[in-house]
Write a protein that binds this ligand. Structure first.
Ligand SMILES: [Fe+2]
Length: 385
């Protein structure tokens, strides 16, 4: 038996209204002045009105960096870091979607590590822990609040690059579903699908363990049962709570088991075509990669179908796995998510280049339940086109 190592964020605070405790939590982590790292959309949506009062009440001073962009460039880390230094902050609060949380994680780390962020692309290169860090997701979600990973876009090389290190786990993940009530339907759909894909990929990764399996199956159940509700009526607090919990569990699972080929196929798409968001790129590839992957572990793909509500004694694993695909496609249609790459303005001629791009995502392909060759990659993109 292989050894199992499970790591996650040491402190997780969850529940409607728990953002009220934010100031106290910064104190617990020994912070006195916090840099809030977020994006302009979050500022416009008025979420700072819910985050600043509890900080003020506890006597925590703040500075604001709200220039995080989607698929953030390396330069964004430099900009946020110089603000942190100019303002003499001793703690970092990430507020937003995956991009804001990833930048917050990197800024906290680089405040206390030597050199430049570009020295640390790769696995376990950070030398020491960073500043006290709190991650507050406002979507459900990327799961970034419980992963040791941060992804940046390298504009010169047209590549996504990752920093992976235990030192990127925040000291606290604060999950308040009230902060997610205003997320628009399309963003709810894309981010919810991303979370569902984290759970499916963690469960079917060759590095899955019993521990990650429990988290992943529960995540699939919670996310599938609540995604349409949260999409159809965003102010449904119970649905939003369960989405946030599902996204958290999926994040805990994939932080340890890894994600697989769906994410690998999404990376070159997002890298080449910036208008395609992470959640959308993943969603479009999902049915086609699942159809390919299922042969690698039919019982596990049948379990996914059971978590999607398809439990039946009469079905073979193969039939159950196939029917799970139908459920997922129906969900995507309901969420108004495009089903084909051609609908996303990806030219057919881009496929060979994309397929070569996939083969470079070796970190994720190594987790995949079925080995993928270049011809497979090209065929899967053609099926998705
Ligand atoms: Fe993802």
């Amino acid at each position: 038996m292989a050894h199992m190592l499970f790591r996650t964020t040491p402190r997780i605070l969850m529940g409607p209204g728990c953002v009220e405790q934010l100031g106290q939590e910064v104190k617990t982590l020994k912070g006195e002045k916090a840099l809030i790292v977020t994006d302009p959309g979050i500022t416009r949506a008025g979420l700072l009105d819910q985050v600043l009062p509890p900080l003020n009440k506890a006597g925590i001073a703040t500075a604001l960096f709200d220039q995080v962009e989607p698929d953030p460039r390396i330069e964004i880390v430099d900009q946020a870091l110089s603000l942190l230094k100019a303002e003499k902050c001793d703690a970092v609060i990430g507020l937003g979607g995956g991009s804001s949380l990833d930048i917050a994680k990197l800024v906290a780390a680089m405040a206390l590590n030597p050199g430049h962020i570009s020295d640390y692309f790769g696995v376990d290169l950070l030398v020491r822990p960073g500043l006290p860090l709190i991650c507050i997701p406002t979507t459900a979600g990327t799961g970034s609040e419980v992963t040791p990973i941060a992804i940046l876009s390298d504009e010169t090389e047209h590549l996504k690059k990752g920093v992976v290190s235990s030192h990127l786990f925040p000291g606290l993940a604060l999950l308040d579903p009230v902060l997610t009530l205003g997320v628009p339907p399309a963003v709810t759909a894309f981010t919810g699908m991303d979370a569902l894909i984290h759970a499916i990929e963690a469960y079917t990764s060759i590095n899955a363990s019993d521990l990650t399996d429990h988290l992943a199956v529960r995540a699939v159940e919670l996310l599938y049962a609540n995604l349409l509700k949260a999409y159809a009526r965003g102010e449904d607090l119970e649905a939003r709570s369960k989405m946030l919990e599902g996204s958290l569990l999926a994040g805990m699972a994939f932080a340890n088991a890894g994600v697989t080929a769906v994410h690998a196929f999404a990376y070159p798409l997002g890298g080449e075509f910036h208008h395609i968001s992470h959640g959308l790129a993943n969603s479009v590839m999902l049915p086609h990669v699942l159809r390919f992957n299922m042969l690698g572990n039919l019982p596990k793909f049948a379990d996914i179908s059971a978590a999607l509500g398809l439990a039946s004694e009469e079905l073979t694993d193969r039939q159950a796995a196939e029917e799970g695909l139908d459920v997922i496609e129906e969900l995507m249609i309901d969420l108004n998510i495009p089903l084909r790459l051609r609908d996303l303005k990806v030219p057919e001629g881009a496929i060979p280049g994309l397929a070569q791009g996939v083969m470079k995502v070796t970190r994720l392909l190594a987790n995949n339940p079925r080995k993928i060759f270049l011809e497979d990659a090209e065929r899967i993109y053609r099926q998705a086109w």
